[in-house]
Design a protein around this ligand. Structure first.
Ligand code: OAD
Length: 238
């Protein structure tokens, strides 16, 4: 666990910062019981991303891809936001210039009460049409037929997430880049920082503080590295 000295240095730096940006990854939801991707018990240890999280996989076997996303929706639906998510709500309320950027699709930041969230990898609680512009909020945990048909054109709906090989949502990404380049502090929480372009945000930041139970490729070069669970470190920071 991070020491008191590091924690107070981080607290001071955060208090002095005018603009704050935060980048979160799967680790922030780990204490809510949602599996991460790459750690022990991580999804990519048990499933092959190329069979579940690529446009090619969906074209080949949309039913299996949907089943996997509906299973994940069920896990997330049964989970609750944790103290780490809640601490970021407090931080947003304290700060006039605050931007939360998340790679997570689980919606737990929304449920905790964060207001402005840049979801660079989309949202598991959205569906959109593979053919037309139709999209909707979608809380379904099951469907009578898979893939569900678009109510407007009848073509398959797909989960509203970003898959490997796909571009990130353009406007959301541009806002994330701008927020990070203008931030006095970027707080990076619970991400292995291996997936680009999202991890590239860390390279754009002026001053980086990292919160993670483990080390990442960025740990040696960040200004402050706070090792420990985000559900404990973030409340101690704010
Ligand atoms: P990863 O699973 O790659 O990394 C999770 C990180 O969280 C690891 O560095 C862990 O050490 C850390 N961690 C675990 N528990 C923690 C805790 N309680 N407190 C703090 N840190 C903790 O997840 P991401 O980096 O989010 O993309 O993965 C990035 C992207 O890869 C995901 O958005 C997803 C995935 O493929 C897409 O689906 C496009």
């Amino acid at each position: 666990m991070a020491g008191q000295r590091e924690l107070s240095a981080a607290r001071e730096r955060l208090a002095a910062a005018h603009a704050v940006a935060v980048l979160t990854g799967a680790g922030i939801s780990a204490e809510s019981g949602i599996p991460t991707f790459r750690g022990a018990g991580g999804l990519w240890r048990n499933f092959r991303p190329e069979e579940l999280a690529t446009p090619e996989a969906f074209a080949r076997d949309p039913r299996t891809v949907w089943e996997w996303y509906l299973w994940r929706r069920g896990l997330i639906d049964a989970a609750e936001p944790n103290a780490g998510h809640r601490a970021l709500v407090t931080l947003e309320q304290q700060r006039p210039r605050f931007t939360l950027i998340t790679q997570n699709v689980d919606g737990l930041h929304d449920r905790a009460g964060s207001r402005r969230i840049l979801k660079v990898h989309g949202d598991i609680w959205q569906s959109r049409c593979t053919a037309c512009a139709y999209q909707r909020k979608d809380r379904a945990l099951a469907y009578p037929t898979l893939p569900p048909p678009c109510p407007e054109c009848g073509e398959p709906l797909r989960p509203g997430v970003v898959w490997f090989g796909e571009a990130l949502p353009r406007i959301v990404w541009a806002e994330a880049e701008r927020a990070v380049s203008q931030a006095d502090v970027l707080l990076v929480v619970g991400t292995s920082a291996q997936v680009y372009p999202a991890a590239g945000l860390i390279e754009m930041a002026r001053f980086v503080m990292e919160v993670n139970v483990a080390t990442t490729p960025f740990s040696p070069s960040v200004a402050i590295s706070l090792q420990g669970p985000s559900g404990e470190i973030l409340p101690a920071l704010v």
